[in-house]
Design a binder for this molecule. Structure first.
Ligand code: UDP
Ligand code: MG
Length: 140
């Protein structure tokens, strides 16, 4: 099924000059960039985006990290886009990520792991709407 998903180059990826590298991996896998921007989140916005993790011990540090610099959110479209982006990213902990994944190749820790990708269709709908209005997403 053709799906849309939200991916983000996180502040560590932007700071380290990995925006192009991350996007190139997605495009090389056949995913299309249909929306893209650079933003910097404040704490309420980052907390809202990661609301599902609010009770987790890593939440305060995650919000601090995600507000530490610019991020590059994008909407990617393609066949099975949600699972395929997750596969290209690799496991949350780079030590457990498969060889050849973005996180295995570039992440410096379980927190500073370069990329985000939606984990389900419902999550993708919520997360895309966090950053893009319908008119900001390319349709054809
Ligand atoms: N995270 C962390 N410590 C953990 C788990 C997660 O700092 O033990 C951070 C990490 O940046 C991760 C984000 O919180 O990407 C969201 O966690 P999730 O479990 O949803 O991982 P993801 O879906 O990004 O692989
Ligand atoms: Mg997640």
């Amino acid at each position: 099924m053709i799906e849309r998903t939200l991916a983000i180059v996180k502040p560590d990826g932007v700071d380290r000059g990995l925006v192009g590298t991350v996007i190139a991996r997605f495009e090389a896998a056949g995913l299309r960039v249909v929306a893209l921007k650079m933003v910097r989140l404040d704490a309420p916005a980052a907390g809202g985006f990661y609301d599902v993790h609010r009770a987790r011990p890593f939440f305060p540090s995650l919000v601090s990290f995600m507000t530490s610099g610019a991020i590059v959110p994008m909407v990617l479209e393609g066949e099975d886009a949600i699972a395929r982006v997750r596969g290209l990213m690799g496991a949350t902990d780079p030590a457990k990520a498969d060889a050849g994944t973005i996180r295995r190749d570039f992440a410096s820790s379980i927190e500073r792991n370069v990329v985000h990708g939606s984990d389900s269709a419902a999550t993708a709908d919520f997360e895309i709407a966090c950053f893009f209005s319908a008119l900001e997403i390319r349709t054809r």
